[in-house]
Design a protein around this ligand. Structure first.
Ligand SMILES: Nc1ncnc2c1ncn2[C@@H]1O[C@H](COP(=O)(O)OP(=O)(O)OP(=O)(O)O)[C@@H](O)[C@H]1O
Length: 257
């Protein structure tokens, strides 16, 4: 059996006549922080969708935790241990952050542990405590009872991340976690993800355009260009790769942190 937590091989994905992913291979080792970079339109989000089961590939296979999940829909992959966030936060804007967290914690209890009936009128104390603890961890206690729709962009993204973490995924997939954030929020987000990684217990796959974020977090980087992986390696290998520099003309890979 392979040592990888996730292994995707020979992935092709087309939308109509447009081939967006071409024979993509990507592997994620346990504990790895793997960042996928590439120019706009290279296929990063599509690769995320294929790996999380939002769309299916035309060819190729995906193995997760030793099991072939290629034909599994997204909800089943969540059950298997894949959590993800999106470029624009997907949260319930009519609920408070605390209520959002309760939904996420209950979903985990119900789906993964098989606890609680489908319709319960009131969350248990344990669920409420867990929701409050995670909000605290993510520095969201102050806004726990606020209207979610009135939160800042950075707080909304943090809430979405907290909800994904509540699912206790083995693989956490973050699609541009710092997109649209102010520089201060961006730095806080990197510190938060770094802290989560150091706590351990999961692997990370993320896409990101900000090179300081990429090189600040990655233990491995794969580079997509026109739907193909043109390089995959350690941050050092990627930094010194001539082809990557060429593709990233104008992006200052060499001087990133
Ligand atoms: N549902 C769709 N139908 C048709 N074409 C699509 C669809 N989704 C994406 N595409 C096309 O696929 C290509 C890759 O898009 P994708 O969003 O995966 O790239 P990306 O690398 O994530 O880009 P960005 O960095 O801008 O987010 C683009 O040309 C895009 O227009």
């Amino acid at each position: 059996m392979s040592n990888f937590l996730l292994e995707a091989r020979g992935i092709d994905k087309s939308y109509g006549r447009i081939q967006v992913l071409k024979n993509v291979d990507i592997s994620i080792a346990p504990g790895e922080a793997h960042v996928v970079i590439g120019p706009n339109g290279a296929g990063k989000t599509t690769l995320f969708k294929v790996l999380s089961g939002e769309v299916f590939p035309n060819n190729g296979s995906i193995t997760f935790a030793g099991k072939d999940v290629t034909a599994d829909p997204g909800w089943q992959r969540v059950r298997s241990g894949i959590g993800r966030t999106f470029q624009s936060a997907r949260i319930f804007s009519e609920l408070t952050p605390f209520e959002n967290m309760v939904v996420a914690v209950e979903a985990h209890e119900r789906v993964v542990k098989g606890k609680r009936p489908l319709f319960a009128l009131r969350p248990t104390k344990a669920v409420r405590d867990t929701a409050a603890e995670i909000l605290e961890d993510f520095a969201l206690t102050k806004v726990a009872k606020a209207e979610t729709k009135s939160l800042s962009h950075g707080d909304k993204k943090r809430l979405e991340l907290a909800m994904a973490v509540a699912g206790r995924p083995q693989l956490l997939m973050l699609d541009e976690p710092t997109a649209g954030m102010a520089p201060g929020d961006r730095q806080k987000c990197v510190e938060l993800i770094d802290r989560l990684l150091k706590k351990g217990g999961f692997s990370l796959l993320l896409t990101e355009h900000d090179m300081a974020v990429v090189f600040g977090l990655a233990t491995r980087i794969s580079v997509l260009n026109y739907g193909q992986v043109i390089a995959s390696g350690t941050p050092e290998e990627i930094r010194s790769n001539a082809r990557v520099r060429e593709v990233y003309l104008g992006h200052d890979v060499s001087s990133a942190a």
